[in-house]
Design a protein around this ligand. Sequence first.
Ligand SMILES: [Zn+2]
Length: 293
Amino acid sequence: MRLISAQLIETIGLLQCREVISAWAGQKIARIGVNQLRLKQTLKLLDELCLPYQLVPELVFAKRDVGKGGWSNKFHDKQNISPNKGDHLIYLGNTIEAVSRAMKADFYGEEGDFGDKLGIPSCCIDFYLTHQETAFQKQNDFVPLVFKNTTTLHSFNFWNNYVSQYFGYSLLSFFPCSFNCRHAANLAKNTYDLIHSIVPEQAEKILHFQMQPILYTEYRGIYLFEGAKSESGKTFIRDCTIHSTLNQASRTHQLISQSKEIQVAGKLKIKITSKDEGVIVINNSNWVMCTFI
Ligand SMILES: [Zn+2]
């Protein structure tokens, strides 16, 4: 399993490999999207695992979000794009019957039922169903909504840091109903144990990234502050490594890299202090500063 996992990581990336491992372990049904050019190799590896799967023959086309480093939370409606850019959806699980049932639920838009088959806690499914239209009006990410639904302002449970997925690392495949949801956190812990038993160094890397504070903006990039310390909602970013989904020339990136401190000052209030002590207050529901302990 270890060797095949390493090959899967190389072929479809760590996040999708996590999904395959969870399905292989019987913890859930998984749905992955695989680019046509990587399909043959992926199916070969799934066959080696003897993992039942169903492949959707029609291609889907991921729509790139603005400012999120190529990440996609939506599909294109139109399909007049080069087939090489298309992905095949593959449903995986430990029995072909369970895989088919999940695929049907997804196909017929039975989102609650499909979420259940993906192993998502019922509180998080309900949250998703209640807020999906609001999220879809923007780019279909739930960070601002999850933040709004979290009773505390900072120091969230790091197991629920799904925002680090934008940097390639996360134990959650769904939006938790709150950054402190204990059901989602338990699932993340189980996934960590499973991944750790197969590819321990990758599991540790995921956890490392989940512990880092992240500034999320809907359209102006996402910023992960590796090695930054956070205390009572203040994050000290002077000497940390800044990872960003936007290039360094962007205005927001410039603002962030010239700052020394970011403070969560309210539900919709972020204070950014520059290295020369200038303070900018941002009141924008598209900006969320997430800190974790
Ligand atoms: Zn929940």
